[in-house]
Design a binder for this molecule. Structure first.
Ligand code: HEC
Length: 193
């Protein structure tokens, strides 16, 4: 019993001592949140307007293979434009290149738990990473039916034929089975201070 209590205490002390409190002021947090939101929004717009065009031109199948080649270069070019590192990540990945690092995995888990609560507060967060950088996190929710065409349920919201193309491109795809309102993933944007 005493052993257990001792163990618990040392774990608690260890966890607490690992946490460095942010030195950012409220104003700084506000500024970085605003900047991060702008970048996430324009990246989302760029991704979805291109997606829409390709979907109109050649259907979901065409768009899926397009997304495959375009998503990463597009976020890369926006990263250059904003002098930031723009990333989309998830606990259920399609592209393994979007895999979360250990901190991102923790944030994703936090958002996921939050999303299951009765009154979820799915808001962006700022973390002071080091002396030069801050990290902006923002949850990505499934807000439109369009998302379900490629992330939905096979034979229900997503056509089996369309999914065939995706599955071929991403043999280890886990990013399906979503419904409207689900927590899908997260923006993780590294901003320079
Ligand atoms: C035409 C098919 C298609 C549609 C529609 C679509 N996606 Fe995707 N999604 C993809 C593909 C393909 C990838 C992998 C992109 C890559 O290689 O980085 C992807 C990747 C993602 C990722 C990155 C994490 C991961 O699993 O690799 C997120 C987050 C995401 N999609 C969310 C959404 C949301 C939200 C919507 C609706 C606004 C949406 N997607 C609509 C095909 C689609």
């Amino acid at each position: 019993m005493m052993k257990k209590i001792f163990l618990l205490c040392s774990i608690t002390v260890f966890v607490i001592s690992c946490q460095r409190k942010s030195t950012l002021t409220d104003e700084q947090v506000e500024k970085y949140t605003k900047h991060g939101k702008e970048i996430a929004q324009s990246s989302f717009k760029a991704l979805s307007s291109q997606l829409k065009q390709v979907m109109q031109a050649g259907g979901v199948k065409n768009a899926a293979s397009y997304c495959n080649v375009a998503a990463l270069p597009l976020t890369d070019s926006l990263s250059n434009k904003y002098n930031a590192v723009i990333k989309r990540t998830s606990l259920k990945l399609r592209n393994p290149k979007n895999a979360p690092d250990s901190l991102e995995a923790k944030m994703l888990a936090m958002y996921l738990i939050m999303s299951r609560m009765r009154n979820p507060v799915m808001v962006p967060k700022i973390l002071e990473k080091n002396a030069q950088e801050v990290q902006f996190y923002a949850p990505i929710m499934i807000k439109s039916e369009t998302c379900l065409k490629c992330h939905g349920i096979i034979d229900d919201t997503m056509q089996r034929e369309d999914y065939g193309v995706i599955a071929e491109l991403y043999p280890n795809d886990a990013a399906i089975g979503y419904k409207l309102g689900d927590f899908r993933g997260m923006w993780s944007i590294t901003l320079k201070k």
